[in-house]
Design a protein around this ligand. Structure first.
Ligand code: ATP
Ligand code: LTN
Length: 347
């Protein structure tokens, strides 16, 4: 499934020593793009690494969030990690704001970064343009906090969707810069991206990516959407002009997106799906796709409810994740403070 691997080190022998880190912002409930582009991939590779999966709430507040809703989304995202199959016995799940070293290191990295290096980030450019109002400085310095998330843990592998590759490049560059200036301190992480389906597009506009903070709920299918909502959203999804059911992102971006989702929901090849629907209409494809997505999400939804109905188990998992993360982060920050000359010298 993981077809495209960037800078990926195939050192099978010491796989278990390698550390994988990734995170999602609790800006809302997760959608099938997050699942296909990120979480599903995590479950497939979790057994090969020591894994840390973070709920990056400090990143979420780079755009305004309602406090109560943010608390709720944070827990729902944690429950979703478990519901999609992240194994809490192997992996640690924790909330970013509960480990203060992330912001501490983020600040230090900011002092080593040029404005122009952050100005180049396409996500910042896109998000600031989209909001059409003065944007917060947090949106600008966002990649520094992300770099801190990753570098604190000597992360070797970071699985992300292709929208995050540029942030990973900056992280790698900052790790090297720090190491050159202050001595070997950080591991330079590798980026792991998935090929087909790395970017699921919005249902109501196949030229933009599916996004949980989209202004319209027609943009996405949330992992928590009820079957009838899923049917409605898919039946109303934008299609291309014509009636060809053929995978061609340039010519048929909407149908190609639906085919990609179909492929991920069922595991069937796109060729096979094209064959089944040859000569049939978009309506037929959409009907079958809706049922496939409902089937894919049903067990996930059951488990999300299981973890949220009684949060005792979830709290224990989050506590353990937090404590282990703090242990590692404290050790790394001691080295960072020492090397950069901050505070009192330790001996
Ligand atoms: P927001 O709208 O708040 O920016 P988002 O929906 O873009 O959120 P993130 O929290 O930024 O989601 O991303 C979580 C993970 O899901 C990341 O690894 C990201 O690359 C991946 N991801 C996000 N959107 C998509 C998408 N449309 N297709 C595939 N992967 C995605
Ligand atoms: N920026 C990422 C979320 C994120 C992340 C991270 C991903 C924050 N910190 C560390 C991987 C590793 C996003 O918007 N998807």
């Amino acid at each position: 499934m993981i077809a495209a691997v960037q800078h990926f080190r195939h050192s099978v022998n010491n796989m278990t020593q390698e550390l994988l880190f990734s995170g999602v912002k609790p800006t809302n409930n997760l959608h099938i793009g997050n699942y296909i582009g990120a979480l599903k991939q995590w479950t497939e590779i979790q057994h090969r690494y020591r894994c840390f999966f973070c709920i990056v709430d400090l990143h979420a507040i780079t755009v305004p969030q309602a406090p109560k809703k943010l608390h709720e989304s944070t827990l729902t995202v944690a429950a979703t990690y478990l519901a999609v199959g992240i194994d809490p016995n192997r992996c640690r799940i924790f909330i970013q704001s509960e480990v203060p070293q992330h912001t501490e290191l983020g600040w230090i990295l900011g002092t080593m970064t040029k404005m122009a290096e952050l100005e180049r980030m396409t996500q910042f450019k896109d998000k600031s343009k989209k909001r059409g109002e003065p944007v917060g400085a947090g949106l600008f310095t966002y990649p520094l906090l992300m770099a801190a998330d990753i570098l604190l843990y000597d992360t070797t592998v970071v699985p992300v969707g292709d929208d995050q590759v540029q942030h990973l490049e900056l992280t790698r560059m900052l790790a090297r810069r720090f190491n050159t200036q202050f001595g070997e301190t950080f591991t330079v992480p590798q980026t792991l991206i998935q090929k087909v389906g790395a970017r699921i597009m919005a249902l109501n506009n196949p030229t933009i990516k599916m996004s949980k903070s989209a202004s319209s709920t027609a943009n996405y299918i949330a992992l928590t959407d009820e079957p009838n909502v899923i049917r409605k959203k898919i039946m109303r999804a934008m299609t291309d002009s014509g009636n060809e059911i053929h995978y061609d992102i340039e010519k048929y971006p909407a149908i190609s997106n639906l085919l990609t989702i179909f492929h991920h929901a069922t595991g069937r090849t796109i060729k096979d799906i094209e064959k089944e629907f040859a000569g049939k209409g978009y309506g037929d494809l959409k009907k079958a796709l809706a049922e496939a997505v409902i089937t894919m999400l049903e067990p996930i939804q059951k488990r999300i409810h299981y973890y949220l109905d009684d949060t005792g188990e979830l709290m224990r998992i989050l506590n353990r994740g937090r404590d282990e993360a703090i242990g590692l982060a404290e050790t790394k920050m001691k080295t960072v403070l020492e090397r950069t000359g901050l505070g009192r010298q330790s001996n």
